[in-house]
Design a protein around this ligand. Structure first.
Ligand code: PMP
Length: 293
């Protein structure tokens, strides 16, 4: 299992404005969000009791809702307050927070008109997922491609975009790899199934232009940290064959943080990763501010 396991979870869930018991946070099988993937969510890490980049995650949730035409009545500031309330009650110093919004069960069909909008926030104690590999993950190129922006809300954190990543991940793991590398519809390198990708070549960092996939908050943080460290970073079109010349490759994401890549199919990356290591340290300091005081 590569995600966070919910078995045994007991923390209260924030649901439509109030905290309820974990087992009472239910939805109906007729929910429009379930039937039509009319659902958006986000993922936030809590470090030393403090959620990292909370305003950015709450704004992104609101943006994702807008992208699928969902009328989320909560302002990002209200969502942020609700997140803080939920993590305070749960009391885990290290946690993962999942705010999620979906259309309710009033209608079955194509139009979401008339369906209520729900917002929930769950908190799970953080445990490093079994899929995390300190020595680097091995990726395989997926047969699935990230589709163009006129096929859906491809840059939103919306459930409809996750079907592809979930299938690609399952296929990669069944074939003995840790994760899949998705190209985009043009054949350029896009991302892994739940994390963005950076490629280091001749001391320069490159990351794909995020026009066909989620532009991660961690991606933005890493670009900023790299520049603060005097590194050159460009957003670029990267062809898969260019990966063979890479000195380092790593993935970024809220859950993955900075995850080194050991190999992409038969391309093996060097074990020495000075830039990945430096950025990992910088990211740790950025996310755990009390540790540097
Ligand atoms: N791409 C996908 C498909 C993801 O699910 C994630 C994780 N949210 C990312 C990229 C990285 O985004 P972030 O850094 O905001 O977590």
């Amino acid at each position: 299992m590569s995600g966070l396991i919910t078995e045994g979870a007991r923390d209260p869930v924030w649901l439509d404005g109030a905290l309820v018991e974990w087992n009472d946070a239910r939805l109906h099988v007729a929910s429009f969000g379930l039937n039509n993937a009319s659902c958006v969510f986000d993922g936030i890490r809590v470090y030393n009791g403090v959620p990292f980049a909370l305003p950015e995650h709450c704004s992104r949730l609101a943006d994702s809702a807008r992208a699928i035409g969902m009328d989320l009545s909560f302002h990002p500031d209200q969502i942020a307050r609700a997140v803080l309330e939920t993590i305070a009650v749960a009391g885990h110093p290290e946690a993962y927070v999942r705010p999620i919004a979906w259309h309710g069960s009033e209608v079955v069909g194509i139009s979401s008109a008339g369906a209520s909008v729900h917002l929930a926030i769950i908190v799970l104690p953080w445990r490093t997922p079994a899929a995390h590999r300190a020595d680097g993950v091995v990726l395989t190129r997926s047969r699935w491609a990230r589709p163009p922006a006129n096929t859906g809300p491809v840059t939103a954190k919306a459930s409809c975009n996750y079907a592809l990543g979930t299938i690609a991940h399952r296929e990669a793991v069944s074939a003995g790899f840790d994760d899949a590398l998705l190209l985009d519809y043009r054949g350029y390198v896009a991302e892994a199934t739940g994390a963005n990708i950076f490629v280091v070549t001749e001391g320069m960092l490159r990351t794909p232009i995020a026009d066909a996939f989620l532009s991660g908050i961690t991606r933005g943080t890493v670009i900023r940290l790299a520049r603060e460290h005097g590194l050159d970073v460009v957003e670029a079109r990267i062809r898969p064959r260019e990966l063979a010349a890479a000195a380092e490759i790593f993935l970024t994401g809220t859950a993955a943080e900075i995850q080194p890549v050991r190999a992409v199919d038969d391309i093996r990356l060097p074990a020495e990763r000075p830039i990945t290591t430096a950025l990992t340290h910088a990211y740790r300091h950025a996310t755990r501010p009390t540790a540097v005081r």
